[in-house]
Design a protein around this ligand. Structure first.
Ligand SMILES: NC(=O)c1ccc[n+]([C@@H]2O[C@H](COP(=O)([O-])OP(=O)(O)OC[C@H]3O[C@@H](n4cnc5c(N)ncnc54)[C@H](OP(=O)(O)O)[C@@H]3O)[C@@H](O)[C@H]2O)c1
Length: 265
């Protein structure tokens, strides 16, 4: 434990599972007071119980409930006086191949991953102090690649990546920095939520892992560590940026020299 977020008040959406839960833990370890939201009251309660009461509170709130999110912000202002860090981590993934995707799926993905991010940032601005703060958005390595099974998720994350630029520009005078952390393939409950049978999920996971230059899925902690940096004053000179944390998946073309047709040996 160190004190990189000492005295800061943070809100993590989707803090009851996967990356968000790990971010809650890391923020607490670094000295922040942390509020978390999610949809599932049971996992919210379990998270608060297991990470320790006192400097943490869990509030059920659907990301698509804009008035509900304002109530969360009001509670934080009442109890803490301000918000210093907002990690908009809540998000969903669904397989949406061209040709067999419903309008409801497209709406759900756009609402949860894009619309709610815009409205949440807009609502949160007045809750930051005059000294400013940090907003972290959750992108994805997919924003830079084509993925035939995930075209809508990929597009939502490309939108979020762009939000980080526009929001940072709009919030310059308020000294609120907005950056994006873009996970690669990270082992979290998100994959089970895709609804694939076990054998197909295993096959997909093995295929993905084999394509990652580091040879394995990342951990929620890999992303949470990056979020700590973006939440802390150490990143004061970083605005509108995207940190891709993906084991080199989207960045390296040839991963080993012997896979390249032209090499010195
Ligand atoms: N894992 C990866 O490989 C990966 C890769 C790229 C990007 N990401 C992004 O990373 C973020 C976290 O994902 P994860 O891997 O940690 O997945 P996860 O374990 O499935 O967690 C998703 C979190 O988002 C919350 N959430 C989803 N829809 C919500 C809604 N409508 N209202 C409120 N909360 C909602 C969930 O709450 P409930 O459990 O209560 O529903 C849960 O806490 C997401 O934005 C995801 O797109 C993940």
């Amino acid at each position: 434990m160190s004190n990189r977020l000492n005295g800061k008040v943070a809100l993590v959406t989707g803090g009851n599972s996967g990356i968000g839960r790990e971010a809650v833990q890391r923020f607490l370890e670094e000295g922040a007071t942390v509020y978390l939201t999610g949809r599932n009251p049971k996992t919210i309660e379990d998270t608060v119980e297991s990470l320790g009461r006192g400097k943490i509170a869990g509030i059920p709130c659907d990301a698509n409930d804009a008035p509900g999110f304002v109530r969360v912000l009001e509670r934080i202002r009442k109890e803490q006086g301000r918000l210093d860090v907002l990690f908009l981590n809540a998000g969903i993934a669904e397989l949406t191949p061209l040709g067999s995707t419903t309008e409801e799926q497209v709406d759900r993905l756009l609402d949860t991953n894009v619309k709610s991010v815009f409205l949440s940032v807009q609502s949160a601005i007045p809750y930051f102090p005059e000294t400013g703060g940090a907003i972290i958005l959750s992108g994805a390595w997919l924003a830079e690649c084509g993925a035939p099974l995930l075209p809508v998720v990929s597009a939502t994350k490309a939108a979020v990546r762009n939000f980080a630029r526009s929001f940072s520009a709009a919030l310059l005078e308020k000294k609120i920095r907005v950056n994006c952390v873009s996970p690669g393939a990270i082992a979290t409950p998100l994959y089970r939520r895709l609804g694939l049978p076990d054998d197909q999920l295993n096959e997909l996971s093995n295929l993905v892992a084999s394509k990652i230059p580091l040879g394995q899925f990342g951990t929620a902690r890999d992303i949470a560590n990056c979020a700590v940096y973006l939440a802390s004053d150490e990143s004061n000179y970083v605005l509108g940026a995207d940190f891709v944390v993906d084991g080199g998946f989207s960045q390296l073309l040839f991963t080993r020299t012997n896979e390249c047709p032209v090499h010195p040996d």
